[in-house]
Design a binder for this molecule. Structure first.
Ligand SMILES: Nc1ncnc2c1ncn2[C@@H]1O[C@H](COP(=O)(O)OP(=O)(O)OP(=O)(O)O)[C@@H](O)[C@H]1O
Length: 452
């Protein structure tokens, strides 16, 4: 029987004073597939282990079907875990591995029929007499899934079950997991750092950062209305363009958002969301443009709601069905710390100026509820440049990519580095985040209606 799983203000510290999960509240419906998504070390596995009963919350309550369950031993929770490393017994064949928990739970009963039925469901009948070392990674994970399914658990807890598999197999097993959990109608919690996996599997996705829940919603909702820059940058491929901007709202002229050398002039009459930006006059903001918000086209082709800017082609990435064009538009990117390679840092022995130093002034502080507890959401590009002499640390391929704006286009455009190209920005797809990284346009859903 599928069950409801709730966390109420749950925190976990392994070391005193360091909370790796912070006041997390989640309600998972019976039969729901919920994905916990976040970068490495954000506390996903810890959450799963607390639900399984393998870790005890330091504070807060785990509830199963509404009942307090912190004290229940793992076996009493009737949940099945599936791990990244399969965790099969090497000396047992698949039949014995799948049947093992059944023998423990019901010692007098022959597990055979249930093992066979599970194997049929997974299409692994021919693997039952093989030992783990005689199986491929994908086959081992199917056997591990079989062991979880055969128990008829009240919930599946899956901790990056596909992480060790190659891309093709991952996508195949992803579809299989989606089908199985739907057919079995069992509450499933699935941990991953892979946003594509989260988006394709989850009924809802919970995005975690530094142990703090950033957003909980359907894949469509978190993509369409990310509540902060972290969520915006973590979800979506290619990653959203995040640019430093300034809101310019003169009393006698059109409102615009300055982006370094260019500006996005907001069309009149202002939309309700754009009107809300007026209070940000003169303030630094972060502009988020997903690749579908910008297209290569002349100003004369602009549709209502589109404004013209231009960019210098720096790099063209051919992907077959599409091309990613890296452009320099004269703006500066805003960085989301956990998602970037290390930036240049002060040389050992060099001092990072503490108060009022350039580093501190440029580091944008996160003071919104969740953001504060998990540290700053955004850091301005080239933060250390004006500080002590920087040294270069290894920088990931993505961080080295040229340009400040990546735009998707069809392969039939003949584009070369050095070309200046016209661009149209669709303001209906414009995100604006305040200097703390919290979305201010479109208006945050949680705020009272300022229009009223
Ligand atoms: N048993 C433990 N004792 C001390 N610290 C721990 C323990 N388990 C996890 N941690 C720490 O808690 C934090 C969260 O770890 P957790 O494994 O939950 O993160 P995660 O998001 O699942 O990471 P990953 O995706 O890399 O598995 C990390 O900083 C980790 O080092």
């Amino acid at each position: 029987m599928s069950r409801a799983v709730s966390l109420h203000q749950v925190s976990k510290s392994y070391t005193q004073g360091v909370r790796v999960v912070q006041r997390l509240s989640l309600d998972i419906e019976p039969g729901e597939f919920l994905v916990l998504l976040g970068p490495s070390g954000c506390g996903k596995s810890t959450v799963l282990r607390m639900i399984a009963g393998l870790e005890e919350p330091t504070e807060g309550e785990v509830r199963l079907d509404g009942e307090y369950a912190n004290h229940l031993a793992p076996a009493e929770r009737h949940m099945a875990m599936v791990f990244q490393n399969y965790a099969l017994y090497p000396t047992m064949n698949s039949r014995a591995n799948i049947g093992f928990p059944l023998r423990i739970e019901e010692p007098g009963r022959d597990p055979g029929p249930r093992v066979e039925a599970t194997a049929r469901m997974l299409g692994i009948e021919d693997l039952l007499d093989r030992f783990p070392h005689q199986l491929s990674g994908g086959e081992r994970q199917r056997v591990a899934m079989g062991r979880a399914i055969a128990r008829h658990p009240s919930a599946f807890l899956m901790d990056e079950p596909l992480a060790n598999l190659d891309a093709k197999l991952r996508s195949h097993l992803r579809a299989e997991i989606a089908r199985l959990t739907r057919d079995l109608d069992v509450t499933t919690l699935y941990v991953t750092h892979d946003q594509a996996e989260a988006m394709s599997l989850g009924d809802r996705v919970a995005v975690l950062r530094g142990g703090v829940l950033q957003q909980l919603g359907t894949p469509r909702a978190v993509y369409a209305l990310p509540e902060n820059v972290f969520v915006a940058a973590f979800i979506g491929t290619p990653r959203i363009n995040l640019l430093r901007g300034v809101v310019l709202a003169p009393l006698d002229g059109a409102m615009s958002i300055g982006l370094g050398r260019q500006a996005l002039v907001l069309p009149e009459p202002l939309s309700p969301d754009h009107r809300l930006l007026r209070v940000q006059q003169g303030r630094e903001v972060i502009v988020g443009l997903r690749s579908e918000a910008v297209r290569l086209a002349r100003p004369t082709r602009a549709r209502p709601g589109e404004v013209a800017i231009s960019g210098l082609v720096e790099h063209v990435e051919f992907q077959g069905h599409e091309v990613l064009v890296h452009l320099d538009t004269g703006s500066q990117p805003a960085l989301v710390p956990e998602l970037e390679a290390p930036r240049p840092v002060a040389r050992a022995g060099g001092r990072r100026r503490r108060e009022g130093g350039v580093f501190d002034r440029l580091r944008l502080r996160g003071r919104a509820a969740g953001a504060l507890r998990a540290g700053p959401v955004v850091v301005l590009e080239r933060a250390a440049e004006a500080g002590p002499e920087p040294v270069s640390e290894p920088v990931s391929a993505e961080a080295r990519l040229p340009g400040d704006l990546i735009v998707r286009t069809t392969p039939d455009h003949a584009l070369r580095p050095g070309m200046q190209v016209p661009l149209l920005v669709d303001l209906a797809h414009l995100f604006v985040f305040d200097h703390d990284g919290i979305r201010i346009s479109p208006a945050p859903t949680k705020l009272p209606n300022l229009e009223g």
